[in-house]
Design a protein around this ligand. Structure first.
Ligand code: IP8
Length: 271
């Protein structure tokens, strides 16, 4: 009971595992099993009291959603199979991640976003966060993900994991957000093509606004906007005073250290 009270009192940490970390982005429907297993171990070792995990789509959700124009909304019946297949691909990826978490004795509980979230023009319009809050209170680790969802204006759309992270963080008054991606953080230029790119260790909202134009757009298929889309979404949580730490989820122990709030290479965005 004491333990339960402790859990009830703390503010949650929200961990986003990007699709670029848990899938092989260039190979359709291919999980990065090694990374998933290692991350599950790191999460288990960190023993965070109140943790919510959100994962992205990577090579599961994005290519199918793109092929069928799901993010742009309902246009004709030929998209229905595309919506269903996107949805199923995300369920498959979620299962792979959850299985790895359970193997590490993490009481993961999936909450399927499409079952309780409706968007309007791709922005969350209605969501009942009580289920997530209740799971947390009981000591579960709720696991959510970017999903194909219903939209009151355009029929359906793609809800990005990043919009979900920001909304969860604001609604559940999160302590902080950790974003695991396939680079060390935000750079002054694209580190994948520009050797002179420098990692930005700390950045305020004001500085970030100035830098935004220089942040690369993702080179691979990403129907929800790549790094730029990510920053725009997360800035909403930062404005509410919730710090965001971006770290490299492909490098061992970065997520572990971030969960423990230890110093780690990455980009810290604060108000
Ligand atoms: O990878 C979108 O989530 P994200 C997931 O966080 C789908 O942008 C279904 C494409």
């Amino acid at each position: 009971m004491k333990e339960l009270e402790l859990r009830r009192n703390g503010r949650p940490i929200i961990l986003k595992l990007g699709g670029s970390v848990i899938t092989r982005k260039e190979k359709p429907l291919t999980p990065n099993k090694r990374a998933i297993k290692r991350l599950a171990r790191e999460i288990s070792k960190a023993k965070v009291k109140r943790l919510i995990i959100v994962h992205g789509g990577g090579s599961f959700g994005h290519p199918i959603a793109k092929e069928h124009g799901i993010a742009e909304g309902f246009k004709d019946e030929s998209q229905l199979m595309g919506f269903s297949k996107t949805s199923q691909a995300m369920t498959m990826l979620n299962e792979i991640l959850v299985e790895a978490l359970l193997n590490e004795k993490i009481p993961a509980a999936t909450v399927r976003p499409s079952s309780f979230i409706v968007t309007k023009q791709s922005r969350i319009e209605r969501a009942d966060w009580k289920v997530v809050a209740k799971l947390l209170e009981l000591g579960f680790v709720p696991v959510l993900y970017g999903d194909a969802v219903l939209d009151s204006a355009i029929g359906f759309t793609i809800l990005s994991g990043d919009q979900l992270v920001a909304e969860l963080a604001i609604s559940l008054n999160a302590e902080r957000i950790i974003i695991g991606v396939d680079v060390d953080g935000l750079y002054t230029a694209d580190p994948k093509v520009d050797d002179s790119a420098k990692l930005i260790r700390n950045v305020s909202l004001e500085q970030l606004n100035e830098l935004k134009d220089r942040i690369e757009k993702a080179k691979l298929v990403d129907v929800t906007g790549g790094m730029l889309g990510k920053i725009n979404e997360l800035m909403r949580a930062v404005k509410c005073g919730i710090p965001v730490l971006i770290v490299n989820g492909l490098k061992p122990n970065k997520i572990y250290k971030a969960l423990l709030n230890e110093r780690v290479v990455g980009t810290l965005i604060t108000r």
